[in-house]
Design a protein around this ligand. Sequence first.
Ligand code: FAD
Length: 431
Amino acid sequence: MTEQRVAVVGAGIAGLHCASILIENGIEVLIFDKETEVGGRMRTTNVDGFLLDQGFHVLQTAYPTASRVIDYKALRCKAFQPGALVIDSRKGKPKIRKMADPWRQPIRGIISAFNGFAGMADLLRIARLRRDILKGSIDSQFDGEDSTTMEWLHSRGFSESMIQRFFLPLFSGIFLESDLRTNERMFRFVFRMMSKGKMVLPTDGIGSVTAKMAEQIGEDKFRLGVRIGGIDEGAIRFRGEAHRFDAVVKAFSESDDDGPKRSVWTMYLDAAEAPFRSKHILLNGNLGEPSALIAHVAVPSNVQSSYAPKGRNLVAVTIVGDRAVSAGIENPSGIEAAAREELGQWFGDGTVSTWRTLDVNCVEHALPEIGEGIRLTNQPRQGESGATECGDYLLHGSVEGALLTAEKAAQEIIDKLKTPASGNQQPMRRF
Ligand SMILES: Cc1cc2nc3c(=O)[nH]c(=O)nc-3n(C[C@H](O)[C@H](O)[C@H](O)COP(=O)(O)OP(=O)(O)OC[C@H]3O[C@@H](n4cnc5c(N)ncnc54)[C@H](O)[C@@H]3O)c2cc1C
């Protein structure tokens, strides 16, 4: 083991990307992960021919670093439709309405202005928001104030109905918190990415991104199922012993074990008939009401047929963790019962009862908390451990954030080890 020069602890997308850059620059790497599989939060499990991502997850083609690193074409990605469906089940028979993107689909956008919750004024505000957010560099979206997303949307003049029925369910499903307390800078960044690019799914699931990265790195470079107990600049501790390296990269956050968390429940169902056929996400237009639990429903197999066996449909139901906590639900069976009840109100109990539950899972630390006192920028922060660190927790909870921190960490190590190749760095590979 002593011949290995750099230990990367954590085989999520950040650790994998960092390790790849080091390898391409002629540095020996050994990658450790406490799990027996690589990928961290980007993993996919095959259950009876259904591809279950570890929580509903998409790739954003507009992320600049991600589009340099991830080869969407090779992964045979397919896109969701811009805009969203919104269900309103307040009175009588639930109604599903389409909220088109007024910029990319102007005619449909105007039609959706008469959809019962957004007026023409809201559509114009969306168009203006889009114009403003697309101006300037990405970094410029991280300038400005530190108000919450909710406060910021109000300051832009959106109607309460538009906020509650559209922005709240969409962004609580993205930020994984139900108050839209997330910093307005993160909202502008995500909105810009959604306006510029597409939300896509790879043919073989989200986990195929990290699986492909690991494959390129080579199986012999991994030590899986090994929890690292202590890290310093030149050593890691496991199984009671210290192992020395020329450098160590810590590619995970301590808050995986404690500290504040944004969690998410995902229930996956097998349906003979999809509840809707379009390639949209269905938002819960009633999420503003305290009794509502589900943030959104997607049918990944409408977008990528490989997500379900022939003739079947995969339904992904997302419940933000804080909603489950306020409803006093703590376990998979409680989530399943409550989510089925809400789905029954939307699609009919008879229909929903024919859907088979494939999985109900909770990702406890799904996204880092962008807490008070952190001035969100587009530059990775320094970790506090003293070792070189990477991971989304040092920037923002996204694939883009994780990759940017990985590139900074790799650069730090290359500079530190001053390898002969470091003066002539290799271009970064696409996976
Ligand atoms: C349900 C869900 C949906 C998401 N949707 C999106 C989305 O649509 N778009 C987007 O951009 N982002 C999304 N994200 C966020 C994105 O997945 C993360 O930002 C990204 O995967 C973080 O990668 P990472 O390498 O920083 O961390 P991780 O993937 O968490 O990797 C850390 C690794 O370190 C390992 N580890 C931890 N402690 C130890 C230890 N002591 N010893 C050894 N190994 C250890 C862990 O097992 C893990 O494999 C989503 C996340 C979730 C959970």
